[in-house]
Design a protein around this ligand. Structure first.
Ligand code: ATP
Ligand code: MG
Length: 158
């Protein structure tokens, strides 16, 4: 489905702010103009929900969450940053593996299965995008993902 991701992402964040947030606010850096992308709305909602849930779950002291959308030449890059626990450099790639959790004991208390980011990666791969993480232990984490701007070309179109 061809979706204007600007209102689409605002809507997902609105829902979070209504349901879950009391102490954490989500800063939005989202362009004003429409950006149309071919995507599966339910699946991309699942990806964003998991990343925002993680940002909240792994930020025990609260802190800001920033949701940013940057339109590049051939893709959009979405990033969700938190000021939470952070992740050691050597473990950054593993968080996209099935059932991987950085701190087993701590994670068990927080609940979850360790599948959220593995599923997110499958969904972003299926959309021909990329997903990755950057982090500083103790300072916070940013999860990035991209979605291609043009995925369908019909005959005769440039
Ligand atoms: P589930 O999403 O299935 O409920 P989960 O949140 O543990 O469980 P993932 O979302 O796949 O699983 O995340 C994998 C692991 O990566 C987490 O257990 C956590 O250790 C680490 N992690 C993910 N996001 C963050 C974050 N924003 N800050 C710190 N650690 C994170
Ligand atoms: Mg999760």
């Amino acid at each position: 489905e061809r979706v204007n991701i600007v209102p689409f992402f605002h809507h997902i964040i609105d829902r979070f702010e209504m349901n879950k947030l009391e102490t954490i606010g989500i800063d939005r850096k989202i362009p004003r103009e429409s950006i149309f992308i071919w995507l599966d709305k339910d699946k991309i909602t699942q990806v964003v929900d998991n990343i925002i849930s993680n940002a909240i779950k792994y930020s025990p002291e609260g802190g800001n969450i920033t949701f940013q959308v940057i339109k590049e030449k051939q893709r959009v890059r979405i990033s969700i940053s938190d000021q939470g626990l952070g992740i050691e450099r050597e473990k950054l790639d593993k968080i996209f593996d099935r059932f991987y959790r950085v701190d087993k004991a701590r994670s068990r208390e927080l609940g979850g299965t360790g599948l959220g980011l593995a599923i997110s990666k499958e969904i972003i791969d299926a959309h021909h995008g990329h997903i990755w993480a950057s982090s500083k232990e103790g300072q916070g984490t940013t999860i990035f993902f991209t979605l291609p701007l043009t995925t369908r070309k019909r005959g005769g179109e440039k």
